[in-house]
Design a protein around this ligand. Structure first.
Ligand SMILES: N[C@@H](CCC(=O)N[C@@H](CS)C(=O)NCC(=O)O)C(=O)O
Length: 210
């Protein structure tokens, strides 16, 4: 399978982290990464639009040539195909909790951080828009306060003792925030500490680069 990605872009990074975590657990996923340079327009070429008409990353190309987008759908497909060891949790309830948290983080942190970065230091050259950036920063700040509280019991990962897809989404979002030099994370000490510890781990070396 081929996974079309671009470094630092948060949605592809979330899937890359998931694959790296699975590999670190001993499950060598047969996924080959292909870089598509978003700022240089490579996601808008006819060739790439044939893979994803929305021109967005990540895209997973199956061995039979079929292509699928949407980061969480790709992760869930990989988890269905390679269920052991699990990265969504052991029981249905654990998976429910991990998916719930992943959604909170995607909608409440990654999306507003993406909006804030594109409204301040857009990698694809969008014009600055301070009111949009401020509102998005505030939205991210609210969800980060919630995650900070979740982490207050000293757990190493968002869902407890083991990494899940929730950690992948959070780390990918925070990296994009650092790229955009956003300040919304810095006041949440436990999130900052979680992020430093997460990035230090051998499993994810070379993926979180900013
Ligand atoms: N909901 C989609 C969002 C995908 C997305 O927004 N990808 C961004 C990179 S993080 C992209 O390809 N942007 C290029 C563009 O929209 O032109 C997912 O979860 O995969």
């Amino acid at each position: 399978m081929k996974l079309y990605v671009f470094q630092v872009a948060p949605n592809p990074t979330k899937v890359r982290l998931y694959v790296a975590e699975k590999n670190a657990l001993g499950d060598e996923l047969p996924v080959e990464e292909v870089s598509v340079n978003i700022p240089e327009g490579e996601a808008r070429t006819p060739e790439f639009l044939a893979k994803n008409p929305h021109g967005q990353l990540p895209v997973l190309e199956l061995d039979d040539g079929r292509c699928f987008a949407e980061s969480l759908a790709i992760i869930e497909y990989l988890e269905d195909r390679f269920p052991e060891p699990p990265l969504l949790g052991e029981s249905p309830e654990a998976r429910l909790g991990a998916r719930q948290m992943e959604r909170y983080i995607d909608v409440g942190v990654m999306m507003p951080i993406g909006q804030a970065v594109h409204a301040t230091r857009s990698p694809i050259g969008l014009p600055p828009n301070p009111p949009v950036a401020d509102a998005a920063n505030q939205r991210a700040d609210r969800t980060l306060a919630y995650i900070d509280e979740v982490l207050s019991d000293g757990r190493p990962f968002v869902m407890g003792e083991q990494p899940t897809v929730a950690d992948c989404t959070l780390a990918a979002a925070l990296q994009f925030g650092r790229y955009g030099r956003l300040s919304c994370v810095s006041s949440h000490e436990r999130v900052v500490e979680w992020d430093e510890n997460y990035r230090r781990r051998e499993a994810v070396q070379g993926i979180v680069i900013v």
